[in-house]
Design a protein around this ligand. Structure first.
Ligand SMILES: [Zn+2]
Length: 498
């Protein structure tokens, strides 16, 4: 076989896989939004069958041989085809690396553990959930050893979510955060809280829907390719090249929740929709990592959406919809949407304290994987760290160690990418701001040049470039966490006059 025949075969199989993935994504989205309750019975059967067929396209003998052939000749391929083949080979090796029976047992363990976690959280009963954490970690260690017995299992999982990262990388990152943020947070905790009373009130949902349209227009979301839906928890689903769905949740007494969710999710959508056209329907047609994806959602949510120029831009629109904002100044609004206050719950944390929640989870996960502790030690350590780093007491495990779904779902190594996303976005912003007059663009409401800057350096590449390469393309240097802390220091010292 020659190379061009191999590539043609590869195109055909990837095209077919993407058709299956398209169909399954539409069904998932429909299940999360419009479908009636009992439809899950039929849907899960159909999805099960579709995914079996889809796996077969990847794992059938002919496709595997073709990928192997291209892999052996990868130095003759274009750089994007080379990356494509490497990613596919890795995917095949990962699926085949775990004995089928063990994988099925693991899936069963996870679905039981997720149900137990839910119940434990509702009843504030850590003891019932505790054995699952130890069991899951044992299995995860075994699985990691199948792929690379010489690699530390936690390094293996960190790399799964953020290619190229390991404990050394994150130790350096979190040590920087800890050294500089803990004192700053403690200093700010002693400052008087700004007035946020005008953020309270009644915000009719039909008006909030109008506000979402204003935001999506500002963000240059192509409404012929992306629509907004409503779900319990906001998310973004990229169903196919020309079909992206973002969702939000409206609360009548708090418009800021949906307001910032829409901006955040649109950041994900812009990335997904900006990938080079020929990469769609291939393994390159998604964002390159969790961290880079979060860097984009957080860039729009925090660096744009919680900036003074944006407050200047949006306030007249807000006042149009909600008269209580007529007498509020941009500065007052800016202060109110940037209140920094240590809190118990990660997903409600502000921009300044957010990474402390992640730091705590990282330190605990690392200790679990290094056999320094086991699940029984978690609640006490969790509470001690919340006191030490955030200065708050955790009243019970439901709002403490049991608050997140990740551990019950076996997602160890995932949390750090959230913080990393914020840190990436601050470094990227530093360089974007050198090329563009960010403040003027945002306050005028025309951020197209900002979008184009990001698109040309990040979005178009999809998964062709690894996260470290993306940072180098944007910044011409390696990742450096100090940009993130500098950004937070400058912003919050000015906000709180300290
Ligand atoms: Zn996100």
């Amino acid at each position: 076989m020659d190379i061009s025949t191999g590539i043609k075969k590869l195109n055909d199989s990837e095209q077919l896989m993407s058709v299956f993935s398209h169909a399954m994504s539409v069904m998932h989205y429909d299940g999360a939004t419009a479908a009636p309750e009992m439809s899950y019975i039929d849907r899960s059967k159909s999805l099960g069958l579709l995914s079996t067929y889809s796996y077969d396209i990847l794992l059938n003998k002919e496709n595997k041989e073709n990928v192997r052939f291209l892999m052996d000749n990868r130095d003759l391929l274009s750089s994007s085809d080379k990356k494509r083949v490497e990613l596919l080979q890795e995917k095949i090796d990962k699926i085949e690396g775990i004995p089928l029976e063990e994988y099925a047992e693991y899936r069963a363990l996870i679905s039981e553990s997720e149900a137990v976690w839910k119940d434990s959280k509702a009843k504030n009963d850590f003891k019932s959930f505790m054995p699952y954490i130890d069991k899951i970690i044992d299995v995860k260690k075994k699985f990691a050893a199948y792929f690379d017995p010489d690699k530390h299992p936690y390094d293996f999982y960190l790399n799964e979510y953020e290619r190229g990262s390991d404990r050394d990388f994150f130790d350096n990152f979190f040590e920087t955060i800890k050294a500089r943020l803990v004192p700053l947070i403690s200093e700010i905790s002693d400052c008087p809280a700004p007035d946020i009373s005008f953020l309270q009130g009644n915000f009719p949902i039909y008006k909030q829907r109008r506000l979402s349209e204003v935001l999506m227009e500002f963000l240059n979301i192509d409404s012929s390719r992306c629509v907004l839906g409503e779900t319990e928890h906001p998310f973004t689903a990229h169903l196919s090249r020309n079909d992206c769905r973002v969702t939000t949740h409206y609360y009548e007494d708090d418009f800021t929740s949906s307001f910032y969710s829409v901006i955040h999710e649109c950041g994900h959508a812009l990335y997904d929709m900006g990938i080079k056209e020929e990469y769609y329907n291939t393994v390159l047609g998604t964002g390159t990592s969790m961290g880079i994806h979060e860097s984009q959602s957080r860039f729009y949510e925090n660096i744009v959406g919680r900036s003074l120029p944006f407050c200047e831009y949006i306030l007249p629109h807000l006042a149009n919809l909600f008269p209580q904002f007529e007498k509020i100044t941009p500065k007052e609004f800016y202060k109110a949407v940037n209140v920094a206050e240590p809190s118990l719950i990660r997903i409600r944390a502000d921009e300044l304290t957010y990474s402390m929640h992640i730091l705590i989870r990282y330190e605990l996960e690392k200790m679990l994987f290094e056999n320094e502790i086991s699940a029984v030690d978690l609640p006490e350590l969790w509470n001690n760290k919340y006191r030490e780093y955030l200065g708050i007491d955790v009243p019970n495990d439901s709002v403490g160690v049991l608050q997140d779904t990740h551990w019950g779902g076996g997602m160890f190594g995932y949390f750090p990418s959230y913080s990393l996303g914020s840190a990436y976005s601050a470094q990227i912003f530093h360089y974007l701001n050198k090329d563009l007059d960010f403040s003027a663009l945002v306050s005028s409401g025309d951020i197209k040049p900002v979008y184009e800057w990001l698109r040309d350096r990040i979005y178009i590449f999809g998964s062709e470039k690894d996260p470290d390469e993306i940072i180098r393309i944007c910044c011409n240097e390696e990742f450096n966490p100090n940009y993130y802390i500098d950004y937070l220091e400058n912003k919050f010292r000015a906000l709180y006059n300290i």
